[in-house]
Design a binder for this molecule. Structure first.
Ligand code: S3P
Length: 186
């Protein structure tokens, strides 16, 4: 007996949220569950530029990075539906948000400050946190960005018990989002 194929969303699932929220690890799991392709926007930018995000910030500054980020997301949203992990600042772009609203389903992966601090301390390569107090910086970013992330179509808490559990929560939230009455979508 073969299992039914998973119900795939018709739009790209766009994961947004702060550094350390788990967008990439959860996104990969979610894509596997939904049998969709996964793309990490920062990885795409890095590939296109031929260097790391850290180097882009260092050599050119944040503004050129944001321009490339906007264009890469624009391109990816015009392609086939998939799971997209964006960098933490991408959803703050006032031109990117309406595009995501039109072509995708946005999911805010929400996490507590302590969780973000713990997770970001495990991996470097994040220019906004370089040589900074992670707790103070992330705390400020939560205040600034939280209200904007809250505009996402779906809000899911990033769980501490592994990306698979959070990915399952998103999968369920997507089903509820596409058929809020509880009926199976036709
Ligand atoms: C950024 C987050 C990073 C990366 C860049 C800027 C931000 O991505 O895009 O360093 O503005 O929050 P992650 O959220 O994947 O770490």
């Amino acid at each position: 007996m073969t299992a039914d194929p998973p119900q795939q969303p018709e739009k790209t699932i766009v994961l947004v949220g702060l550094m350390g929220a788990g967008k990439t690890s959860v996104g990969r799991k979610l894509a596997t569950m939904l049998e969709m392709d996964f793309v990490d926007v920062d990885e795409e930018i890095s590939k296109a530029a031929g260097c790391s995000i850290e180097d882009i910030f260092e050599d050119y500054g944040e503004e050129p990075f944001r321009d490339v980020e906007e264009r890469v997301i624009q391109r990816l949203l015009q392609e086939k539906p998939r799971v997209l992990a964006t960098g933490g600042g991408a959803f703050m772009n006032p031109r990117t948000r309406p595009l995501i609203a039109e072509c995708g389903i946005s999911v805010w992966l929400r996490a507590d400050l302590d969780v973000l601090v713990r997770r970001t301390s495990r991996r470097g390569g994040r220019p906004l946190l370089k040589n900074k107090d992670h707790k103070a910086t992330l705390g400020k970013l939560i205040e600034e960005r939280g209200p904007v992330y809250a505009e996402a179509d779906i809000v899911v808490d990033s769980r501490e018990d592994g990306p698979e559990v959070t990915a399952r929560d998103i999968k369920q939230a997507l089903l509820d989002f596409s058929s809020p009455t509880g009926q199976e979508p036709r």
